[in-house]
Structures are given as C-alpha cells and as structure tokens.
Design a protein around this ligand. Structure first.
Ligand SMILES: NC(=O)c1ccc[n+]([C@@H]2O[C@H](COP(=O)([O-])OP(=O)(O)OC[C@H]3O[C@@H](n4cnc5c(N)ncnc54)[C@H](O)[C@@H]3O)[C@@H](O)[C@H]2O)c1
Length: 416
C-alpha cells in the first residue's frame, strides 16, 4: 500500500482521491478550503459524482487536511488545483505556484509530484519544477515530476477514471515510469508520451477540438436561422454518414470550467512565440456571442406576440452549464439572464440542480407555477427528466436552444 496525497479536492481531485482509496491506497486529501476538509472528514461529499455512500467504506483510508505537513510521508503527490484566467484572459497560475511552494517546503527524496491541472505546454518544466527544486532536491534524481492531464467529464458514467486511458509525460524517463506505476493502480490503460509538454498540449488539443467544433455548429445555427433551414435536421442528416463526420450540437453557448478557459492557455503560449492562433480565438469569439444571439431570438419571439422584453415574464429552464449537473461555472444561462435583466425582463428560472442564483438574487421556482405565469419559456439547459411536451403545451411560447423538442409540433414553439 502506498500513501498518496491529492492537492485540491474539487471536481478533479476528489474523484481521484476516491479512486486511489478504492484501489486500497492510503490517501491524504489536501485543500485550503476548511469547509471541504470538514465535510470529507465527516463523510459528506460536495461533488455530485461522488455520493456519500462511496465515502463511507473509505473512512479508514481517505482523510482530508489543510496542513501540507501531512503530505511529507506520501510517496506520490498529485496536484489538482484550479487554473483559471485573469481578468485580462491570461493564465492565472497563482494557485499552482502557491501549491508548488507548499509542496517544496515538505518535499522528501524519492517523492513523485504529478500535475493534473490543465495548463499550457511548458508549465511543468518552467513553472512547477524550479519551485519544487527550491527544496534542494533535484528533479530526475531526488524528486520525480510528471504531467498527467485529467480527462474527467462530470456526470458521465459510461467512462470512468479506470476505463479512460491516462496520459503521462515525465521530466525524465524515471519520472515517467514512476507516474506510469502510480496511475496503473487506478487506470486500466496508461499511455506514455515523451515529455510533459506533449501531455500538456494533448489535453489542450482535446479541449480546443471541442471548442472549435461547437463554435462551427453554433455559427451554422445562426446561418440556418437566416436561411430558414432546421439546423437539427441538417445535423441529424449529416450524422448518418458512418465515417469522416463527428456530431456536435449547437446550443446557448459554451460553459463549464474547461472549454471557455483552457483554449486561452494555448493562445497565450502561442502569442509568447509571436504566433496568433486564429482557430482558438475565433471559436472563443463565436461561442461567447451565442448567448446574445439567444437573447435576440427571445426578443424576436416576444415581438411576434407584440410584447417588448421589458416587463415580459421570461422563465429560463436550466441554469447550470450542462444537463444533469448543478455546476454553474461560466454557464451561458447566467449570461442570458444578465442580458435579459439589462433589458428589464421579469425573470425567473427553474433548475432542480441549482436551488439559488445569489448573484442574480433569484431562486429556482416551481415548474408548474413558473410556466403558468410566464410569457415565454426558454430551454437553456435540458436536464433529463423534465417533461418538455408539458412545457410546450403549457407555456404561451417556448424557445428551445437545445433541440430537445424536435419530436414536438406547435405554432408556439421555436428552436435554435
Ligand atoms: N472540472 C472538470 O471537469 C475538469 C476536467 C479536466 C481538467 N480540469 C482541470 O483540473 C483542475 C482543477 O479543476 P477542478 O474543476 O477540480 O477545480 P475546483 O475548483 O473544483 O477544485 C480545486 C480545489 O483546489 C483547492 N485549492 C486551491 N488552491 C489550493 C492550494 N494552494 N492548496 C490546496 N488546495 C487548493 C480549492 O479550494 C478547490 O477545492 C483545473 O486545472 C481544471 O482546468 C477540470
């Protein structure tokens, strides 16, 4: 049995800590947020994908702490802290730098440190390694350092940590081998790449690929609106091609912690080289404009009924960024609500996963009551289990930005 430290017990760190503990390892979870440490030590989870019942059998092996000293006896330390953007949309590595400094203070010869946070190529070598070496230990001989990107997709159940291949790239072949051994404890397949940079960039490729393709279908949806063609029918039709096509769907914009943020890490690194990556910036621009396009569609639908947005009762269905989740980070629903508020709409929302939106002073309303009072219902995030036929039948008009009403016919229904 090994002792493994996980730094940052959020959407990435907590499921990973659970996976190592379930594999029989002793796990120390380290987080500076005392509420998380307290909750975990009381057996309470705060991440939807980790039920309390998963923590119960691990009480002996999984403990949480805010004291980096508790990591000194770990053989491996995995870093899963946030990597957000600054207000100027540049990489904000302050969490990483702080965590690395705290690890350097307790580092012991023979330890492995793996970075999982999404970041630009070069971070492990240029940022993490020099800070760790302040400990007096040399990377490659005393201390082992690698990058291994997290591929978690919150809410997904068909692929797990165990069944999703794990990439690792170490600073030296010995570092890579140590990281490969570590992840072999919880992953069926570990894929080795030659450097941390290759692993860092692979993760960004995966995310930029999604961002660019989502932007492309969002733009297509705007074009279809002008042409009077049903974009969903076109996508369904193209998806019948069994090769050379991959389905992406338009929507109200891109949300979550990853896709709206990560591509800008790569754009930043590219600019440092005097290189201006057109696809990344263009995809970001198109996706960020999508909530405003949705608001324009709402304005048009109300206009058809001789109603201004000002004073109209608009019910937004779904506030989180993704179906089945309560995560509102970068959610386009929030942007749509803010834009509508600026137009003085009378707003309400319904989301069983998001009881409150304190920043907007709103609380989720009962669906029946919300529909009965609304002038327009906008399906922004299509949580499973909601009766969309009832929505369309009850609301005076419905705008569907997710294509979940494709089977329904009504002259009071419009889709993206
Ligand atoms: N959420 C996802 O689906 C996902 C998927 C793949 C990759 N990632 C990447 O993983 C990283 C973590 O993302 P997340 O969604 O888990 O973030 P999160 O905000 O849910 O969790 C991060 C945790 O780190 C803690 N923390 C911050 N600074 C710390 C420090 N110095 N020491 C100890 N703990 C500290 C925070 O309190 C928080 O609990 C990011 O780089 C993200 O881009 C996220």
């Amino acid at each position: 049995m090994s002792r493994i430290g996980i730094v940052g017990l959020g959407y990435v760190g907590l499921p990973l800590a659970v996976a190592f503990a379930e594999a029989g390892q002793e796990v120390v979870g380290l987080d500076l947020d005392p509420a998380k440490v307290e909750a975990l030590n009381a057996g309470r989870s705060y991440i939807e994908d980790v039920p309390d019942s998963a923590l119960e059998p691990l009480r002996e092996r999984l403990g949480a702490s805010s004291d980096y000293g508790d990591l000194a006896s770990c053989e491996a330390i995995v870093v899963c802290v946030p990597t957000p953007l600054t207000s100027a949309r540049e990489p904000d590595l302050t969490y990483l730098v702080e965590a690395a400094g705290s690890i350097a203070a307790i580092a012991r010869p023979g330890q492995l440190v793996v970075l999982e946070s999404t970041t630009y190529p070069g971070t492990t070598r240029e940022q993490l390694t020099p800070i760790l070496e302040r400990s007096g230990l040399s990377v490659g001989s005393d201390l082992f350092v690698a990058f291994s990107p997290e591929r978690i997709d919150p809410g997904r159940t068909d692929y797990t940590i165990r069944t999703t291949p794990k990439l690792v790239g170490g600073m030296t072949p010995a570092c890579t081998e140590r990281a490969r051994e570590l992840y072999s404890l919880v992953c069926d397949e570990v894929v080795v790449v030659s450097t941390p940079e290759a692993a860092e960039l692979s993760k960004l490729l995966e995310n930029v690929f999604r961002s660019v393709n989502i932007a492309f279908v969002n733009e297509l949806a705007q074009l279809c609106d002008r042409l009077g063609i049903d974009v969903w029918e076109v996508i369904d039709a193209a998806s019948t091609k069994p090769f050379g096509f991959m389905r992406f769907e338009p929507g109200p914009g891109m949300g979550g912690h990853c896709l709206p943020v990560d591509p800008f890490y790569l754009a930043f690194k590219a600019r440092e080289q005097g290189f201006y990556p057109e696809f990344i910036e263009l995809a970001g621009k198109v996706n960020q404009a999508q909530p405003a396009f949705c608001v324009e569609r709402i304005e048009r639908a109300l206009n058809q009924a001789s109603k201004p947005v000002k004073g109209s009762r608009i019910l937004v269905l779904g506030a989180s960024y993704k179906a089945g989740s309560g995560d509102t980070r970068e959610s386009p629903a929030l942007t749509i609500l803010r834009l509508l508020r600026a137009l003085e709409a009378d707003l309400s929302y319904h989301d069983p996963h998001v009881p409150e939106l304190p920043e907007l002073g709103l609380a989720s309303v009962d669906l029946e009551r919300g529909l009965a009072e609304a002038d327009l219902a906008a399906i922004v995030t299509a949580h499973p289990g909601l009766d969309y036929a009832k929505v369309v039948a009850t609301a005076p008009r419905t705008l569907d930005f997710r294509g979940v009403t494709r089977e329904l016919e009504s002259d009071r229904l419009e889709r993206l």
